[in-house]
Ligand binder design. Structure first.
Ligand code: SF4
Ligand code: SF4
Length: 99
């Protein structure tokens, strides 16, 4: 936006557009893992259930049951590797996705 056209306050901003997506899966039903090339695998014998992987996962793809980390939602995990990088006991390994 040109500087002289910039509103003086947020109240002067024009309405934006509202995009409605019909008949598409939303939220947790939306499968976002199609482009993963590596997948995280956890060694539960090493896991100390600190939940750091759950905290740092950008896709909410860490499964927690009864306060314990039990695995991954592979329909949502994009394979970014943040969980493996941050796990303090190196219980998560990134392995190549085999199709
Ligand atoms: S970060 Fe590592 S130790 Fe902590 S819950 Fe996840 S897998 Fe287990
Ligand atoms: S690899 Fe990335 S997206 Fe998948 S569980 Fe770990 S942090 Fe989440």
């Amino acid at each position: 936006m040109a500087k002289d056209l910039m509103p003086k306050s947020w109240k002067e901003f024009p309405d934006g557009i509202h995009v409605e997506v019909k008949d598409q899966p939303q939220g947790f039903d939306y499968i976002t893992a199609g482009w993963r090339t590596f997948r995280p695998e956890v060694n539960l014998d090493k896991c100390v259930h600190c939940m750091i992987c759950w905290l740092v996962c950008p896709d909410n793809a860490v499964v927690v049951e009864d306060g314990k980390m039990t695995g991954f939602f592979y329909d949502h995990c994009k394979g970014c590797g943040v969980c493996a990088n941050e796990c303090p006991v190196k219980a998560i390994e990134m392995v190549p996705e085999v199709k």
